[in-house]
Design a binder for this molecule. Structure first.
Ligand SMILES: Nc1ncnc2c1ncn2[C@@H]1O[C@H](COP(=O)(O)OP(=O)(O)OP(=O)(O)O)[C@@H](O)[C@H]1O
Ligand SMILES: [Mg+2]
Length: 236
């Protein structure tokens, strides 16, 4: 997937000011940056649910899966009913088969008959992701997927998502957890005020951040604080 010079304006606010980047098959890209940086706007445009004002998105082949931050689930329906509903909405040739596949893949098989409202936040998030995967996308976009998950559920989420990447799915996710971005993102895209400040490996970002840190020796211990300094030095 490739984004070239994406711009988006809401009223008099520039949410994206010409963002370009590329993600190869099987690559995990973390999009990080302060509130209002444009992360959700960028992911929504890549997902095709929001139109850019300028620039374009090129998807090599296959579908793009979208996992929004707020799961649009029908809380009174069961896990299986939710998946079936979305498979039908997306006009799958064989909705039941797609649902079986997703129950299997997401490990939700045993909970298929449970009412969504009674599931934990983590399991609801798994359904949210399963819906994003229904179209068997070659590119999966996740907006802050780990928010509200406990450490074990977080680990499970990343185990699952990393497995998809190993099998060739391009995964692009946003997060406010710098440590998580570093751990799971093979590449990091730093956005601030609609601009891409950095695009590179976690190690390269560490290097750049260390360079800027108030106390370079401390930057390894507290990467998050060092990252804030890095943003400050760039006027954010
Ligand atoms: N539908 C909208 N209407 C008006 N302004 C919007 C809309 N969506 C986003 N914006 C503005 O665009 C900018 C980027 O927002 P966006 O939601 O993409 O940021 P974000 O990086 O996802 O932030 P957060 O970390 O808080 O989720 C913000 O200034 C926001 O107020
Ligand atoms: Mg957002």
């Amino acid at each position: 997937m490739q984004a070239r010079g994406l711009t988006k304006r809401f009223g008099d606010r520039d949410a994206l000011k010409g963002v370009s980047f590329e993600a190869a098959p099987g690559e995990l890209v973390a999009v990080i940056g302060p509130n209002g940086a444009g992360k959700t706007t960028l992911l929504s445009i890549l997902a095709g649910i929001l139109t850019a004002d300028g620039g374009d998105v090129v998807v090599d082949s296959g579908a793009v899966g979208w996992v929004p931050q707020q799961a649009a689930l029908y809380r009174r329906l069961t896990v299986e009913e939710n998946l079936l509903l979305f498979a039908r909405l997306e006009k799958h040739p064989d909705p039941r088969a797609s649902v079986e596949e997703m129950l299997e893949l997401s490990g939700l098989g045993e909970r298929r008959g449970e009412i969504v409202a009674r599931l934990s936040g983590g399991n609801q998030q798994r359904i949210n992701i399963a819906i994003g995967l229904l179209s068997r996308p070659s590119v999966l976009l996740l907006d802050e997927p780990s928010v509200g998950l406990d450490p074990r559920q977080r680990a499970r989420l990343w185990e699952f998502v990393s497995g998809l990447a190993v099998r060739g799915t391009t995964v692009i996710f946003s997060t406010h957890d710098i440590q998580e971005a570093e751990r799971y993102g093979r590449r990091m895209l730093v956005l601030a005020d609609g601009e891409a400040l950095f695009d590179g490996s976690a190690e390269e970002l560490r290097e750049a951040v260390r360079h800027d840190a108030a106390d370079p020796a401390a930057s390894d211990n507290d990467f998050e604080t060092a990252f804030v300094t890095y943003l400050q030095h760039r006027g954010h």
